[in-house]
Ligand binder design. Structure first.
Ligand SMILES: Nc1ncnc2c1ncn2[C@@H]1O[C@H](COP(=O)(O)OP(=O)(O)O)[C@@H](O)[C@H]1O
Ligand SMILES: Nc1ccn([C@@H]2O[C@H](COP(=O)(O)OP(=O)(O)O)[C@@H](O)[C@H]2O)c(=O)n1
Length: 222
């Protein structure tokens, strides 16, 4: 396979998509773009505006109005990128438990998805991009030459997220596991590998192992 111009990485929460996506993009000199950020940013703005997340129409209108931008990091505080909504830095705010609880409800509305997918496709079509999400390979960029579907067991994903959130943000493993399981079931409507996706189960693999495996896969399918 020639170096694929668009690589998609999909899979459930905590499977390691962002970690792998960022590493792979760095290795290839590509843009890394996490589509989940857009759903999170829209959810945050809706919550800030006091919208009821069970009512689709105002959310659909908001999806058309709000300007969501993802730009290179503007601060050295561990962020992979900076997220702006109408110019306001919301990089960490979109990771809050409130957003985490609401995002999969917002992401279920077809008109919301249509608008955000349209914006994601504009980024994908530029090429030299690793696009990460749930439906990046099935809907956003179905012609991508390399599609990866990452899987890890629920226990492993819960462990990873619990480890990631220590200190002030620490949550019991059981709570993290049930929050992930709830999101898995709300996301089930989009959560499936594209027919031509490479499925990578990564319990027991490191992100470096995965990158090596993918680079080898690209070389072998030349
Ligand atoms: N292959 C892996 N092995 C172990 N831990 C991983 C692996 N990939 C990611 N992680 C860790 O698991 C957590 C969740 O990964 P992340 O990339 O945020 O998942 P996702 O984007 O799929 O939700 C992070 O703390 C990350 O460092
Ligand atoms: N392409 C996408 C990306 C995210 N989402 C939604 O947005 C939520 C947050 O996505 P995310 O990628 O930030 O989540 P994590 O896997 O990083 O926890 C998901 O649980 C989905 O509900 C989606 O529906 N489609």
């Amino acid at each position: 396979m020639q170096q694929p111009l668009v690589i998609t990485i999909d899979g459930p929460a905590g499977a390691g998509k962002s970690t792998l996506g960022a590493l792979l993009a760095e290795r290839l000199g590509y843009l890394y773009f996490d589509t989940g950020v857009m759903y999170r940013a829209l959810t945050l703005v809706a919550l800030q505006a006091g919208l009821d997340l069970t009512q689709p129409e105002p959310l659909e209108a908001l999806a058309q109005q709000v300007l969501i931008e993802v730009v290179p990091p503007t601060q050295s505080d561990g962020r992979q990128y900076t997220v702006l909504t109408d110019g306001q830095d919301v990089t960490w705010a979109i990771r809050s438990p409130e957003v985490e609880r609401g995002v999969s409800l917002v992401a279920r509305y077809p008109a919301v998805r249509r608008e955000l997918i349209r914006q994601q496709q504009q980024i994908g079509l530029r090429g030299h991009v690793v696009l990460v999400g749930r439906d990046a390979g099935t809907v956003v960029m179905p012609d991508a030459p390399l599609k990866i579907y990452l899987e890890a067991s629920l226990d492993e994903r819960a462990r990873r997220r619990t480890q990631e959130r220590s200190g002030d943000e620490a949550q019991p493993l059981e709570d993290v596991r049930s929050a992930i399981a709830r999101r898995d079931s709300l996301d089930a409507h989009v959560l499936r590998p594209a027919p031509d996706a490479v499925i990578l189960q990564n319990d027991g693999l490191t992100p470096e192992d995965e990158v090596a495996w993918i680079m080898d896969y690209i070389a072998r399918h030349g």
